[in-house]
Design a protein around this ligand. Structure first.
Ligand code: GLA
Length: 389
């Protein structure tokens, strides 16, 4: 899905009825640092970006849900108490996931007619799927007169995603809901917390696509879930009940030594990634608050190396892209999101953004017919989340 049509016009072209539809806009997000640790309830530092999915909708008298997208066509289903997923990969599953997530929690009598438009690249690690799920969830709730709080939404959305098969954490939903203009947000889980960290004015983040697609289905999903399982079993083997408990009791060095002595293979590698990445988040927040771009850039590079060598969620295209960014003058870069393809996030000085972008085009994209600058190489503007506009 990638279009810039006005959702209200698209809605009016498809659906008759009185008055203008309501709208909801949900941005994508880029994770700056703290990768593959949200599902272990460790803090992460994402930001909402200035690309979004927008849903225009109107409540219906019955419980039918009818959705259209220029790119993906029209779907319709009856909002029953228990919904069966459609074929894997069908976009209607995000709508069903939203319907299922809020069902039973609130009294919801009305289905919706809705049109969705998006300028957020899909399957790029920018959370288009969580934006879609969040957008439909907010539309269904608002059509029924419900204004749910951030905390309430965070109780239903990550679980809602399980409907489409991902056992992710809550980072994406937190970022797309609670992002603040000009800021990254430090999201803590268990207990849930969000605090805004201003992005210094002379920093710029670029998002560059590896031109390798990371579809969150099938094989990639299994690989993603296996990293989570290995981390959790490593934790149990060492006798801890949570990573935050482990990090409170022992420093990163001590935990690293423990892992090397008592864990093997995937469990060892995943554990090492998680504890060192948690530490990088901590240092990254301090560096951002201090305006220390050099340190933040170094942490990005270290995070990428850890994701590549320990967690093993990178791929050759992402590794080359990160290298290209660094040799084009970036201060640091790393894969962002689940990995296995998708995008890299790149830090550079704002004054050098154009030069770095041109250097990346020259080193990485040159001669690639599929490269489209609009979609594949963008400046990430720290933006407001759906609840903070
Ligand atoms: C996906 C998940 C997130 C998070 C990242 C990796 O985007 O949806 O919850 O786990 O992968 O950091």
């Amino acid at each position: 899905m990638n279009d810039s049509v006005d959702p209200v016009l698209a809605f009016a072209a498809r659906f008759d009825g009185p008055g203008a539809p309501c709208t909801v806009a949900v941005p994508g997000r880029v994770n700056l640092i703290g990768e593959h640790i949200d599902y272990h309830n460790l803090p992460v530092l994402p930001m909402a970006i200035g690309r979004s999915i927008r849903v225009a909708f109107r409540a219906r008298a019955d419980r039918v849900i009818r959705v259209t997208s220029n790119s993906f066509g029209e779907r319709e289903f009856e909002w029953a108490a228990h919904l069966e997923p459609s074929a894997s990969g069908d976009w209607v599953n995000y709508v069903k996931a939203a319907a299922q997530a809020v069902e039973g929690r609130w009294k919801l009598k009305h289905g919706i007619d809705a049109t969705v438009v998006s300028n957020l690249p899909a399957a790029a690690g920018l959370s288009s799927s969580s934006a879609l799920l969040t957008g439909f969830t907010l539309a269904l709730l608002r059509a029924n007169g419900v204004e749910a709080t951030f905390e309430q939404l965070m109780e239903v959305l990550p679980e809602g995603e399980y409907f489409v098969g991902t056992r992710g954490g809550g980072m994406d939903h937190a970022a797309v809901l609670a992002g603040r203009r000009g800021c990254a947000i430090l999201v803590g889980f268990a207990p849930l917390s969000v605090s805004a960290v201003s992005v210094p004015h002379d920093w710029a983040f670029l998002i560059a696509h590896s031109l390798t697609t990371a579809e969150k289905s099938g094989e990639v999903l299994a690989k993603y879930n296996s990293r989570r399982t290995a981390g959790s079993s490593a934790l149990r083997r060492l006798g801890y009940t949570s990573f935050s408990e482990a990090l409170e009791q022992s420093g990163v060095e001590e935990l690293t030594a423990l892992a090397r002595a008592r864990l093997e293979d995937d469990e060892q590698r995943c554990f090492l990634h998680v504890v060192t990445e948690a530490n990088r988040v901590h240092e990254g927040v301090a560096a951002m608050r201090a305006g220390d771009a050099g340190t933040f850039g170094r942490l990005l590079n270290e995070s990428h190396a850890s994701l590549r060598d320990w967690l093993r969620v990178s791929c050759p295209a992402l590794d080359r892209l990160v290298e290209a960014a660094n040799s084009a003058g970036a201060l640091g870069a790393r894969l962002t999101g689940a990995g296995f393809g998708g995008c890299a996030v790149i830090l550079c000085r704002a004054a050098e953004q154009e030069r770095v972008a041109e250097g990346i085009v020259e080193r990485f994209y040159k001669g690639r017919a599929e490269f489209n600058r609009e979609i594949h190489l963008m400046a990430a503007r720290p933006s407001a989340g759906a609840l903070c506009e």
